[in-house]
Design a protein around this ligand. Sequence first.
Ligand SMILES: [Zn+2]
Length: 332
Amino acid sequence: MVRGGWSGEQFALPPDPAAPGPVPFLGWVTRDVAEAALAAGGVSFETLKEAASFRDFGPVATGVTVTAAVESTMREVETMNVVGLIPGTERPDEVVTVTSHYDHFGVGEAIDGDSIYNGAYDNASGTALLLAMADAVTSTGTLPRRSLLFIATAAEEQGLLGAAWYVQVPLFPLSRTVAEVNVDGANLWGETDDVIVQGAERSELGLFAQRRAQEMELTVMPDAEPEKGYFFRSDHFPFAKAGIPSLYVEHGRQFRGRPAGWGDSILADYTAVHYHAPSDDFSPDFVFDGAVQQGRLALLTLLDIADSTGWPNWFDGSEFKAARDAMMGGEN
Ligand SMILES: [Zn+2]
């Protein structure tokens, strides 16, 4: 997984003269190497790992230095976020953004003789969901009061670069951006009884999702794996960092008609075998009724936000609230 995603060519946004330069050297080591290196500095890996689970953890000087010589070649490439705008009927200058990334890894290191990183689940499936949602809005004949901006983002796999770039040069001012809803990975395994809405507990947007989920008889579950930090790992995150209240609508884990734990084992298998590997490929076993549930919930939620007049904000205590409050200048 690390070799698939983190070896070979790596990308970054054009350097900003105001920001610090790129990290001069960055790499991964195995746990054995990390343990040995830390031990050489008289530090225990286990002790540090334990300490790192507390909020007050900070960098620890180990006294160990590494000398490395790395030869790099640089090139510039251009890529594009692809956007589709549905102008609002009453307040077209206020926008709800909807994101899903369309990039993956292209051609990379071969695994089992296959070097094509297809990215069927991650994220052709989410891109399809984005298109289906946009299509659904325009086919109803009733357009929302606020504008919807569908953004198929580029370079998510390179560190959310497309989304970060959009936030740097947005098409609508961020202070007129009501909310952001992201999807990344559509359900390919069947209908569920639950749904995971990342960020639902962080802002008033959660109430919108909660109401629609209830109507659809879906239980909104807390983040199944908070230790993996998924809220900080997909395209809504640059929006959240900038202050825009954000949701990330993930599919559920409790698949209808399947034994308890089936969903967890399917997804654990995906992560272990197919995640960021060439075998994330189309399978005739995929079923799409669960993706319909997921897309419907995301769409109804964002349409409710687009038809409302309020400015849902982050809850008190959220690390993203100060940025929003500053941007809105007390308008909230
Ligand atoms: Zn990915």
